[in-house]
Each structure stands twice: as structure tokens, then as C-alpha cells.
Write a protein that binds this ligand. Sequence first.
Ligand SMILES: *Cc1c(COP(=O)(O)O)cnc(C)c1O
Length: 359
Amino acid sequence: MFRSHNFSAGPAILPAEVLEKAKSELLDYKNTGSSIMELSHRGPEYIEVDALARERLTKLLGLGDEFEILFLQGGASTQFLMVPYNFLYDGAEAAYLNTGTWSKKAIKEAKLFGNIEVPFSSEDSNFSRVPAAGDYEIKGNPAYLHFTSNNTIFGTQFPVEPESGGIPLVCDASSDFLSRPLDMKRYGILYAGAQKNAGPAGLTVVIVRKDMLEKAKSDAIPSMMSYKTQAGTMFNTPPTFAVYLFGLVLEWLESNGGLQAMAKQNEEKAAKLYTEIDSDDFYRGTAEQASRSLMNVTFRLPDENLEKEFVAKAADLHLNGLKGHRSVGGIRASIYNACLPESVDTLIDFMREFRRMKG
Ligand SMILES: *Cc1c(COP(=O)(O)O)cnc(C)c1O
């Protein structure tokens, strides 16, 4: 079977085992004679799929009873508005760390609902870094501190959760969700579009701590926008096939040693790639060292023509999805959980060969 070396930023590579299993069950799910896509979301088969996905996610992240898991739609972009809609009322404020395009979009939406404080921004260095402890001070009395754990476009990542002085964290974890263990007790809300590191497009996973959920707006808010409505029983039809695939990804994570093992493998893959980038000045990383992402590795070549040629020649070898985002330029290798170490090795071999020819 032909599988490319897929470095797409998202929708992104899924484990081949997951796709194989989905394929084997696609037309006849567990002797029902129907695809899971064709079954009622209130029927026993889907109820089991849903429950098992919740159970697996709870175990992998070590979530206690204090969290609710929501399977929503609308992408992380809908969470940009849903978070402030639910928590910024009666004069409440929020703080946002501005570390890239997605943070900026979250801030823009939040400003429609309340007073927003931005204690840190790396915009003046084209978002080449995330803050370290002590780089910012939260002045007001925000209901939450929002951050983007991994900046998909700029190739930066918080190595650990940011300082918040006890203020609950709200995190857009779209592009590093399930790539490593998390200190969940610090989070009020964590949300992620599944299509980067956790499943197909169409599912947004939202994890809400119950004491935060209690403070969510309960009147004068449209039902679909309300966390209180969305928590618990299914308010409307969830993206059933996407949840099913997400469940298969969780099963795959479990059988591959869980988040600890995944974190180790992700560190190894990224370290190899950054070592190659740093080995001379032909390739040049765009993110500051201490802020480098283990998920999206961004780098430049000496000029744009070489970058175009790099992307084209790589594609000839089935090394796909390497073109950087236009706001950074250059190359972006997205090396999510499902990206095999062999694909990273193949990319490194290609980088060496390209430098030998053109450097
Ligand atoms: C891709 C991405 C988004 C946007 O997600 P949608 O599902 O398209 O709304 C938001 N935040 C981050 C960090 C992303 O990587």
C-alpha cells in the first residue's frame, strides 16, 4: 500500500492502523449491516462509541470526575467566541497571551464580549517566541488566562503551561492536543479541533472543568453556544463518524504506550530535525530555541527560489505538505503523533542531499 510522507499542518496524517480499522468496519459496523455513519446517534452502537471515546480520553489525560468532555463542531474558531460568550458577562474580564495568528483571532472575538487584557505579545518579532516565566504580569482580575499551547503557523510551543497566578487556564490546544501529558488541574477549559493531531476535521474536543462550567452564562445565550446546554446529554447530532475515528486514534495511543511514550517519540523526532537545521547556516530555524515547537518545525533556506525548489523536489519523493504558511514563508514540517520516525529520517536525508547540491 502506498502512503506518502505526509507533513501537512492540518488536516493531517492519521495512523495507518486507524484508517485500516475504519476501512474494515466501514460498510458493516459490528454486524449491524450498516456503517457507523448510518446509525442513529441515540442508538446503542453510537452510544457505546461515544462512551468509550470519553473513557479513553479520561484515562489518557488523567482527567478526574471534575471534568466534562464535549464533542462539538465548528472548529477551534467557534471556541474563540464560545469561551468569551460564556464567561465574559456582568463586566468580567479576561487575559490573552498573543503568540500568533490563532491567538490574535481568539482575542478579536473575545473583544466583542468583554474587556481583554493582553499581558504578553510577541507580534513585534513576528511571533518567534512564547513567553517564559516572568515575561509578563497579569494586572486586572481576569476570569481566565487564554493561551495557544502550540502555534501551528509560527512553529512555537509552550514547553510547559504558562504562569497564571492561580487564574484558570483556557487553552487552544488544536495542534498539540494529545502529544504529551498535561497538568490538567491548571486548566479551566482546553479545546482542540481534532484535525491536526487527534482525528479528522469536523470534531472539536472541549474539556471543561465543572467548577468553571458552573460559572458559564445560563440565560440570554443561544442554546448551541452554551456550554451548559452542550454538557451532558447530546443537545443535537454530534459528528458521529469523526467521534468514531477520534476513538480509534485514542485506542491507537493507548496501545502505543499513551501520552508519555508519545511525548518521548515526539521529542526524538523534533530533536533530530532541529539538529539538522542547526548543523550549518544553509537551513535557518524561524523560532527562538527555547520556544521551538515539537509539532511544527519551521525553517528558511537562503532564498525563496531555493525554498520553492525544495518543496517541489521533496514532493517528487512523496515528502508532502512542506510549504510554510505565507506569513512566515519557507518550510514547515508538521510532525504530529502519527508522523512516523522513518518519515522524519527520509526528510533529513533529503535535506542533506539538497544542501549538498545547492549549498
Ligand atoms: C488550525 C488551528 C485553529 C483553527 O481551527 P479550525 O478548526 O479551522 O477552526 C485554531 N487554533 C490552532 C492552534 C490551530 O492550529
